[in-house]
Design a protein around this ligand. Structure first.
Ligand SMILES: [Zn+2]
Length: 195
């Protein structure tokens, strides 16, 4: 797979950032990155409340300038009650591909005081990469505590952030913002939103 995700001179790169938070409550399963984590508390939400899958989904939609997860999958729609967020992520990945975008790379961080999530990191990467249809090497997952600070530190909730880089054929790029020549590339590659 080496080099498979390297953008070509005829592609434009878009960056996307996603952030999500859910409250920790009793009597809910704890599902993060498509992995069921044994815990007496779980995340509260209309869907399965997979905070990591939601942040990653939003990052992709952000890079596509295609709105956000709440617009695409409204929490007022009974169809998404207890929905498997990995399925929703795979639907957005499908949308991404049909619009000519390709995921180059993704990285994520989960902020949770408890439970300890690092033993589940690789399983989460496998699940997310599978939903995205990319190699597991293209998806990073890290977990951190917040040293008992903030709502995560008090165990009231869990947050996740994700950043993605998508490549799109320059001819298909509909971004209306002025673009910046990527420095030192000597190519027509442009980068939106990073510089
Ligand atoms: Zn969410």
């Amino acid at each position: 797979m080496e080099g498979a995700s390297t953008p070509s001179a005829h592609e434009t790169l878009h960056v996307g950032l996603g952030y999500d938070v859910h409250a920790l409550v009793r009597d809910r399963p704890l599902i993060i990155g498509g992995v069921h984590v044994p815990c007496e508390l779980g995340l509260l939400g209309h869907s399965d409340a997979d905070v990591l899958a939601h942040a990653l989904t939003d990052a992709i939609l952000g890079a596509m300038r295609a709105g956000d997860i709440g617009q695409l999958f409204p929490d007022t729609d009974p169809a998404y009650e207890n929905a498997d967020s990995i399925v929703l992520l795979s639907q957005v990945a499908q949308l991404m591909r049909t619009q000519g975008y390709r995921l180059v790379d993704a990285d994520c961080v989960i902020a949770a005081q408890e439970p300890r999530l690092s033993p589940y990191r690789d399983a989460m990467r496998e699940r997310l990469a599978g939903a995205l249809g990319v190699d597991v090497q293209s998806v990073g997952v890290k977990a951190t505590t917040t040293e008992h600070l903030g709502f995560e530190g008090r165990g009231e909730g869990i947050s996740a952030q994700a950043v993605v880089i998508l490549a799109v054929g320059a001819a298909r790029c509909t971004c209306s913002n002025s673009s910046v020549q990527a420095p030192g590339t000597g190519t027509d590659a442009t980068i939106h939103g990073i510089l």
